[in-house]
Design a protein around this ligand. Structure first.
Ligand code: HEM
Ligand SMILES: *[C@@H]1O[C@H](CO)[C@@H](O)[C@H](O)[C@H]1NC(C)=O
Ligand SMILES: *[C@@H]1O[C@H](CO)[C@@H](O)[C@H](O)[C@H]1NC(C)=O
Length: 214
């Protein structure tokens, strides 16, 4: 390949794949005023989208995960891949449906439309909804902390990790049917990776928080 062709390819790839150059590692603690629920949080990407995670005080998985996604209304869907990449791990999706928000579970074994994932269950909790500028999904995921990789290896999140790796993706285009948690989605317009302090996301109050948010 000549220099020009190579340059053109590099430029095309850069524009086709707008993602973060390097993992963003500055996660922080966020406590919600009205509910007192505390999460590890990070804001990433062009929108940007805020990802918040709280987990129970456990030494190993499986455990339930409290996930809060806060996104500008310009975001049609946003997703987090719990194993840190698009492939072979549970993906939690969120989007707005009028004044409410919808969660979805997916699993991808190729870089195509991910399959609906029956092994993860998302419950919509209080603190979900929209305002003039943003949509917020607060959801409990059962089945997002352990999974089976391609080939059968068991994978599990380490709740003691101070820099657990996650991947995210988002698109400005909403899913085809925003009322349906199993709706097809279009490809992301951005994706990237970040780390969150899972150890700091642990709380003895986890079960009480979940009960309070139901
Ligand atoms: C219709 C749905 C989807 C299609 C067609 C699709 C397609 C693709 C393709 C072709 C790539 C490789 C090229 C590139 O780097 O841009 C890719 C990478 C990626 N996608 Fe998707 N994707 C979809 C949904 C998702 C979802 C829901 C997530 C959720 C987090 C996601 C996360 C990622 C990530 C993190 C990468 C970087 C490489 C990797 O981790 O494998 N994608 N996707
Ligand atoms: C959605 O919220 C807006 C602003 O709070 C309100 O004006 C509108 O009536 C709500 N729509 C529905 C369908 O509840
Ligand atoms: C809408 O909600 C977001 C997320 O909670 C918040 O940051 C923003 O200030 C809210 N905007 C208005 C106008 O209330």
């Amino acid at each position: 390949m000549g220099h020009l062709a190579r340059l053109a390819t590099a430029v095309a790839v850069l524009f086709a794949v707008p993602s973060l150059a390097a993992p963003v590692a500055a996660s922080a603690k966020y406590c919600d005023g009205p509910t007192g629920v505390c999460y590890s949080e990070i804001s990433v990407g062009v929108a940007p989208i805020t990802w918040r995670i709280a987990i129970p005080s456990v030494a190993e998985g499986p455990f339930d995960i409290l996930l809060q996604i806060v996104a500008p209304k310009s975001v049609g869907w946003a997703g987090i891949a719990w194993g840190g990449g698009m492939l072979y791990n549970p993906i939690s999706l969120g989007w707005a449906n009028g004044n409410s928000t919808v969660p979805g579970a997916r699993f991808a074994s190729a870089h195509v439309q991910p399959e609906v994932y029956e092994s993860a269950e998302h419950t919509v909790l209080k603190g979900s909804g929209t305002n003039a500028t943003h949509w917020t999904l607060t959801t409990l995921c059962k089945g997002c902390s352990t999974w089976t990789h391609n080939g059968g290896a068991k994978e599990a999140l380490d709740p003691g990790a101070t820099a657990a790796s996650f991947a995210f993706a988002a698109s400005a285009a909403p899913p085809i049917d925003v009322t349906d948690p199993a709706s097809p989605i279009g490809i992301h317009s951005e994706h990237g990776i970040f780390t969150l302090d899972l150890a700091a996301a642990k709380s003895e109050q986890f079960d009480a928080w979940v009960a309070q948010l139901k």
